[in-house]
Ligand binder design. Structure first.
Ligand code: CTP
Length: 422
């Protein structure tokens, strides 16, 4: 688990369907055991054709069964289901979801699903045609209507040479949603279905010459978490990604890569035009070198470079303020919500909150996520804390939690404002 905080031990059942992605369930099991949870793996018979029971037993530290006729005195399907705090099915094959949607109980895993009363998370993996088939669509709708969370699969390379929607999201990403369900104890809402969301994330890079650039300490993790959670709440999401130190693309999100603040500005104005929600989580360089050298800036014979010793900087556009102004001119949807971020340190004159309130006014956005930085807080780490300030004067503290939980809370506030009169 990425998080430095270990949560209280919970009972997690990892159900494994019979698909090639079954091997990725091994990393998912580790995600939960390393967090200190008690994990039981329940594979289907066909899952065991891909990964052996010994692997799952070694990784989970618990015995592995597939049938209700094993360990009969324990009445396993009842015990596992009743004791579970979370059931995750990964990979959830088309057949497994069909059986779950029908309420069948023809093996230990489907029996466990019927006895479980905790959050249930399906992470589907199958070929695009199977995922898009009307039967699967209906089964997914049924499972969601009954309160299960069914993740959107990732797009990309499938088993063969084909690509499309149907890839299993990465184990860490599935694990993150499992952690979220353990903390919320209810399904992920689909309240962004039919909505378009644009999120910027990471640091901009301002070139000095073909080799060097100036950037900042933003890792992009909070913006990526926002894009990831918005997509799984049903939104069509575009992530405008700057420098992120190699974060994996979130499942079911279109990623547009940018370098400089001006590239970010161009991408944002293009994609924000029709968006319901615009989130500026990117750390934008306020200034850029006035000149970008066409060739590498070299040191002279004395070992000095006048060009590098004195770099003249010029101001970058304020992308967030520009988006707010564009909305006022009618160039963005009037119903849209614009969220800004602020990373502040307090000083002798003002507190972090004072600076945040002033920034919210100056930028004119609807919501501002305010983080106190310094001493290893906010940047590059997996957890975050701060305040959510609203243009309507509302102020809510965001207690220290994972960036996924934080994303979820920010989206709760933003969803409540979409369509509000401005
Ligand atoms: N932002 C932006 N364009 C800029 C600078 C910042 O769109 N040129 C956005 C950021 O994405 C963030 C918000 O404005 O959502 C606040 O960023 P921050 O760097 O804290 O604010 P600045 O305007 O740069 O103010 P200062 O550095 O003086 O605190």
């Amino acid at each position: 688990m990425n998080s430095s905080r270990r949560s209280a031990a919970r009972n997690v059942v990892v159900g494994v369907g019979g698909g090639i992605a079954a091997y990725k369930a091994c990393a998912l099991v580790r995600h939960f055991t390393e967090a200190g949870h008690n994990v039981h793996v329940v594979p289907t018979e066909s899952a065991l054709r891909f990964v052996g029971a010994a692997t799952f037993e070694a990784l989970s530290g618990n015995p592995v069964h597939t049938s209700v006729f094993e360990s009969i005195p324990d009445v396993l399907h009842v015990k596992l289901g009743q004791q579970a705090d979370l059931v995750i099915i990964a990979p959830a094959t088309a057949d497994l979801m069909a059986r779950a949607a029908q309420g069948r109980s023809d093996d230990l895993l489907t029996g466990t699903l019927l006895t479980a009363r905790c959050p249930v998370l399906f992470a589907p993996a199958m070929h695009t045609e199977m995922w898009e088939h009307a039967a699967t669509r209906a089964n997914v709708a049924t499972l969601r209507a009954r309160g299960a969370t069914v993740l959107e699969p990732a797009r990309g390379r499938l088993t063969g040479k084909d690509t499309g929607a149907g890839r299993l999201p990465e184990p860490d990403e599935i694990g993150t949603f499992g952690d979220l369900l353990l903390s919320r104890a209810d399904a992920l809402p689909r309240d962004l279905e039919g909505r378009t969301v644009v999120v910027s994330a990471g640091g901009t890079r301002e070139a000095l010459d073909p080799v060097r650039y100036l950037t900042n300490r933003s890792s992009g993790k909070q913006g990526y978490a926002l894009a990831r959670v918005a997509a799984q709440r049903g939104a069509t999401v575009t992530l405008i990604a700057g420098n992120t130190m190699g974060l994996a693309d979130p499942a079911a999100v279109d990623v547009v890569r940018i370098g400089s603040a001006r590239e970010l500005q161009a991408a944002m104005s293009e994609h924000a035009r029709t968006a319901d929600l615009v989130v500026m989580a990117a750390a934008v360089a306020d200034y850029r070198p006035g000149e970008v050298a066409a060739t590498k800036l070299k040191k002279d014979a004395d070992g000095h470079s006048a060009a590098l010793e004195t770099v003249t900087m010029i101001e970058n556009p304020d992308v967030l303020a520009g988006l707010v102004a564009a909305r006022a001119r009618g160039e963005l949807a009037a119903r849209s919500v614009i969220v800004g971020f602020a990373a502040e340190t307090g000083d002798a004159d003002c507190t972090v909150l004072d600076y945040g309130r002033a920034k919210l006014k100056r930028k004119g956005c609807d919501l501002l996520v305010l983080n106190a930085v310094g001493d290893g807080r906010a940047f590059e780490v997996d957890e975050n804390a701060g305040w959510l300030l609203g243009a309507d004067g509302s102020e809510a503290a965001l207690s220290l939690d994972s960036k996924t939980v934080m994303a979820s809370r920010i989206l709760d506030a933003a969803v409540a404002q979409i369509g509000a009169p401005r």
